[in-house]
Design a protein around this ligand. Structure first.
Ligand SMILES: [Ca+2]
Ligand SMILES: [Ca+2]
Length: 214
């Protein structure tokens, strides 16, 4: 009898043990899994928050300085790619020939002025892009015959000059009161109501724009 009782107790003991151990392990595994999920979620949430804050910061930078992010690619602004950069300024070479006064107005409408040529570097830059065509520049003697003036107020008398030989000449006594770069780049005075292409000039977008020429 005692032997049978001991065997029953043993079965009961081993039976309870084989049932309880796996359940205990499952609870631990579930707890660990839950913990890992919570940690993973927290890490993902933290990364998403950081990314969102970085995106927001980048958006604000672009919003406050629209052309800043690709200023190195398009110094004159990504939305104005027809403007060419040279030595700290932006230049527009027109595709349309108009009278001088109209050219002046068209430049002013783009917060620019007709180009003022103050030395050989700018002269070379402009004449390589105007070759074989006439382009108005910001030079005139409209007020007093023979008294040439630059639109930006630069001193003409002491400044750089690049007139073609024999110019300015008021050719055949016509009123040639507006300055242009001739087909070889040298300067010529010409009748202001004639049609010519024109060169506008303005500061880079990152610097304050002058709204009107003088
Ligand atoms: Ca003249
Ligand atoms: Ca002339």
């Amino acid at each position: 009898m005692d032997e049978e009782k001991d065997q029953d107790n043993f079965r009961t003991y081993t039976g309870r043990s084989t049932l309880q151990r796996p359940l205990y392990l499952i609870y631990i595994l579930l707890a660990v899994s839950y913990l890992l999920i919570v940690i993973g979620f927290a890490v993902t949430l933290s990364k998403a928050t950081t990314l969102s804050s970085q995106l927001s910061e980048t958006y604000n930078k672009i919003k406050n300085n629209p052309s800043g992010h690709d200023l190195h690619l398009f110094p004159c602004g990504s939305d104005t790619r027809q403007w060419e950069y040279f030595n700290g300024k932006c230049y527009y070479f027109s595709l349309q020939a108009v009278p001088w006064q109209q050219a002046k107005t068209k430049c002013e409408e783009q917060h620019a002025k007709l180009a003022v040529i103050d030395g050989f570097p700018k002269q070379n830059f402009i004449q390589t892009r105007t070759r074989n065509e006439r382009f108005w520049i910001g030079l005139h003697d409209l007020h007093t015959e023979g008294e040439w003036k630059w639109l930006d107020g630069s001193d003409y008398r002491t400044g750089f000059k690049y007139w073609k030989q024999g110019e300015p000449n008021d050719y055949q006594r016509r009123d040639e009161d507006c300055g242009q770069v001739w087909i070889n780049g040298e300067w010529n005075d010409y009748t202001c109501n004639s049609n010519s292409f024109y060169v506008c000039e303005r500061p880079m977008p990152s610097t304050p724009l002058t709204s009107k020429g003088k």
